[in-house]
Design a protein around this ligand. Structure first.
Ligand SMILES: *[C@@H]1O[C@H](CO)[C@@H](O)[C@H](O)[C@H]1NC(C)=O
Length: 318
């Protein structure tokens, strides 16, 4: 769609241009191209060109503005006039962050070796671009040739410098999230530097696993705790203790969900995910005396009268 509008526009403007030339608006084509080889004017044309096109207002200004702005014909390599200034490469660096830092937030200082342009002796060629040069070779006859044209600029050299960058780890940041530093990437001698992006990589935690804003942890309790109930405290990522109390029997694999004890939500730190605690029960590795067995039976045996050992192949769920 856009392409066909552009090519239609192109044709219209090209026709207009020819008519203008014939009507003596420019004495010859050379004059038209002169406008373009002037950097300042070209920039202005490019800017106007984009805006004029956006507003669909082609008739407003100089028809050449749209012509050159939109097609960037003489724009020094960048097509369609989208971006004038060349840009250095973007740099992505992995930054390993602990789950504690993602929970609490933190500032991390990173030393980056970076190449920075510094003034140097002499001059260098710059702003190189392709330009059309028109020559009259007889009445009503022209040749147009493309030429590489450069300016002379003060020389620069790239010097490696160390920079300390401070990365703010905000609470709730996610694994893989990118943290940009505009213009801290690779330099470009003729243009602007690229961007530097830190990619946040969440390190494995010994006690917590994270899924989205939820946290998961495992707790092993004794058989006695499993049967009689318990009260325990789990140190959280900010070292605050999360209290877990149970009166009922807890079986292996039982889960407790603590709402509001997960990770803070990145977009809204007031919201937090859940903490899921999965219990494992450690059985005592002892042999009970006849008396102890009796005692166990007296407590559990009667309650589980209806329970009969089940024999099954254990493959369910595989
Ligand atoms: C909890 O235990 C399960 C099963 O053994 C395991 O897959 C999971 O990684 C454990 N979680 C944590 C946070 O250690």
């Amino acid at each position: 769609m856009a392409a066909s509008i552009k090519s239609t526009t192109f044709l219209l403007i090209f026709a207009f241009m020819l008519i203008s030339v014939l009507a003596g608006k420019f004495q010859n084509l050379g004059a038209a191209y002169e406008v373009l080889s002037d950097d300042e004017k070209r920039k202005k044309y490019d800017k106007c060109g984009e805006e004029c096109l956006k507003e669909g207002d082609l008739g407003g200004g100089d028809p050449f503005s749209s012509f050159f702005g939109d097609f960037g014909f003489f724009g020094g390599g960048q097509r369609h006039g989208e971006r004038e200034t060349p840009k250095g490469g973007d740099v992505v660096m992995d930054l390993f962050v602990s789950l504690e830092e993602m929970y609490n937030g933190n500032f991390i200082e990173v030393v980056r070796k970076k190449r920075v342009p510094k003034p140097a002796k002499g001059t260098r060629q710059c702003n190189c671009r392709q330009e059309m040069v028109t020559q009259q070779i007889g009445a009503g006859r022209f040749t147009m040739t493309q030429q590489n044209v450069c300016d002379e600029c003060p020389n620069v050299k790239l010097v490696t410098e160390e920079r300390v960058l401070e990365v703010e780890i905000e609470p709730g940041m996610r694994d893989g999230q990118e943290y940009p530093f505009v213009a801290e990437g690779e330099p470009h001698i003729d243009g602007e530097p690229g961007d530097l992006k830190f990619r946040i990589i969440q390190q494995k935690h010994p006690r917590f696993e994270r899924r989205g804003d939820d946290l998961f942890t495992n707790v092993t309790i004794s058989l006695e705790e499993a049967l009689n109930g318990f009260e325990l405290y789990i140190p959280h990522l900010d070292n605050k203790k999360v209290k877990v109390v149970r009166e009922k029997v807890t079986w292996p694999g039982a889960k407790i969900r603590k709402t509001g004890q997960g990770m803070p939500n990145y977009e809204n730190n007031n919201m937090k995910g859940s903490l899921y605690i999965t219990f494992d029960v450690e059985f005592p590795k002892v042999e009970l005396s006849a008396e102890q067995k009796k005692a166990v039976s007296s407590v559990l045996g009667s309650k589980f009268e209806n329970f009969h050992s089940k024999v099954y192949n254990g493959l369910q769920g595989y």
